[in-house]
Design a protein around this ligand. Structure first.
Ligand SMILES: Cc1cc2nc3c(=O)[nH]c(=O)nc-3n(C[C@H](O)[C@H](O)[C@H](O)COP(=O)(O)O)c2cc1C
Ligand code: SF4
Length: 425
């Protein structure tokens, strides 16, 4: 175990415990022995891919901030984590907050940032308090603030509490939110590494991505790459397993661990007497996978090869009692509620998709509904930001994989899995 090595039941690892496990040695090494360019090169070589969902190579993002780029520069740790089924950042920050702080400081040194911000969702109020306390302890230990470890490098860290919408997790919307603007996504280019917070260079990463950084600097890029089980991946991955499994939880495993192993070995398999019907491999914005696809390697490339996405690595398992129309409706209700309303295909399209699915469940759908739903899903892909195309993923896979079940809802006048006497809706 790498990222969760200091995880303890019921409490966080203290600064002393983190240091005793080798913590802040990588920061010291970076500040004393490595130039910012060396650090960027190591991260690039390690193959670290962003863990926030898209898998963009972290080193390439860092290289996007040129040495002569304007100052001040900013670094944001994205702890918004509102993707359904995803709770890995919460686990990481509760287990070992200094690991994330150290990752932020090293990344800040590499790109010349003088201000770090941790963007925390309101449901994680306790985490925000823990972070404020631990940042203060780090400040007193000369690990945060001016002239860190007498190296001449200075960087402060602040905690920012989100207003609490899913879209605030999207990088450009998050930047607007921090500036007190309406949190709708911004057009790119320019990338946030060129024009981010207050139009200045800003590096934005997911919490898990930043937590990997100290280990790359301490042990080297080759070591980090070698942690992965698949040649296309690198490092370990925090997989969140939830739904119809015996042992739901957050498991740190080599990147590329087969999905079957994650569900049956680590997640304990399906609950007694149940069978797997489908699963989402990476949160709500991914396609349903069928039981035949369980041998997929859970890394960014492995899922891309089968037309899916690793997303956040949040595996949501559905058993044979699940109505797939209802499961999709549940997801679309979430997306429709969380649409920021900025663009029409998403604002209108998601509401429309929700209504169609509700009618399917209630029994007032007609035979043209599957085609209308498919057309609606296509329309979602014309939206301004990836929220709506993400929502189209489970919807389209419902129509591809469970066409018969959808048709049954129409023929039988409602959900065929509903027990007699059970309430509708
Ligand atoms: C609707 C939406 C919500 C998102 N929410 C999060 C989030 O909660 N946390 C996160 O790290 N990334 C989230 N992202 C991805 C971010 O836009 C961004 O790509 C990511 O934080 C970059 O970090 P990484 O390079 O470490 O992956 C979201 C994206 C979209 C479209
Ligand atoms: S796709 Fe949705 S969330 Fe994104 S800008 Fe358009 S309305 Fe807002």
């Amino acid at each position: 175990m790498v990222l969760l090595r200091n995880r303890k039941p019921g409490r966080i690892a203290t600064l002393e415990e983190y240091k005793a496990s080798g913590g802040y040695k990588a920061l010291e090494r970076a500040l004393r022995e490595l130039s910012p360019g060396d650090v960027c090169a190591m991260v690039l070589e390690s193959g670290l891919q962003g863990r926030g969902g898209a898998g963009f190579p972290a080193g390439r993002k860092w290289m996007g901030i040129a040495p002569d780029a304007p100052k001040p520069r900013y670094l944001i740790a994205n702890a918004d984590e509102m993707e359904p089924g995803t709770f890995k950042d919460r686990v990481l920050l509760h287990a070992d907050p200094h690991q994330v702080l150290e990752g932020m400081l090293i990344a800040g040194y590499a790109v010349g940032a003088s201000q770090g911000i941790i963007f925390v969702r309101p449901a994680y109020g306790r985490i925000a308090e823990i972070l404020e306390r631990e940042v203060e302890l780090a400040r007193r230990a000369n690990l945060v603030g001016p002239n860190i470890l007498s190296s001449g490098f200075s960087m402060d860290i602040k905690v920012h509490r989100s207003g609490g919408r899913y879209i605030c997790g999207e990088g450009t919307a998050q930047i607007n939110a921090i500036m007190g603007l309406r949190p709708h996504p911004r057009e790119t280019p320019p990338r946030t590494t060129e024009k981010g917070l207050w139009s200045l260079p800003t590096l934005l990463h997911n919490v898990e991505t930043l937590a990997c950084v100290p280990h790359i600097i301490a042990n080297g890029p080759e070591w980090f790459k070698g942690l992965s089980r698949s040649p296309s991946g690198s490092g370990t991955k925090l997989y969140c397993v939830s739904g119809a499994v015996s042992r739901p939880g957050c498991y740190e495993l080599p990147m590329g661990t087969p999905l079957r192993e994650i569900i049956y070995q680590h997640g304990g398999g399906l609950r007694q007497g149940r069978h797997l019907k489908a699963c989402l491999p990476g949160g709500a914005s991914t396609r349903f996978l069928s039981p035949e696809e369980l041998d997929v390697e859970m890394d960014f490339e492995g899922l891309r090869r089968i037309g899916n996405r690793l997303g956040t690595g949040a595996v949501i398992v559905l058993d044979d009692r699940t109505c797939m129309v209802k499961a999709t409706l549940n997801l679309i209700r979430f997306f429709s509620r969380e649409s920021c309303g900025w663009c029409t295909p998403c604002r209108e399209g998601l509401n429309f998709a929700r209504e169609l699915l509700e009618r399917l469940e209630e029994g007032s759908a007609s035979f043209d509904y599957p085609e209308i739903l498919r057309e609606t899903a296509r329309g979602l892909c014309n939206a301004y930001c990836p929220l709506a195309p993400g929502a189209a993923q489970p919807l389209e896979s419902l129509l591809d994989l469970f066409a018969e079940e959808v048709m049954d809802h129409i023929k039988k006048g409602g959900c065929p899995m509903k027990q007699p006497g059970q309430q509708r809706g």
